[in-house]
Design a protein around this ligand. Sequence first.
Ligand SMILES: [Zn+2]
Ligand SMILES: [Zn+2]
Length: 52
Amino acid sequence: MKCTNCGKSIEAENNWVEFECPKCGKETIVRCDKCKKLENSYKCSKCNFVGP
Ligand SMILES: [Zn+2]
Ligand SMILES: [Zn+2]
């Protein structure tokens, strides 16, 4: 699995989150600890929803 934001593999990471797109629920968003801390926005590839 890869971080949705930066594309980094999260298998080596301890802190990361996985959640479904709040809009369509069809896409799984993965964020690594770095992107979480930087508050990078993510984009759903299914419905183009952009969230904080
Ligand atoms: Zn990341
Ligand atoms: Zn979506």
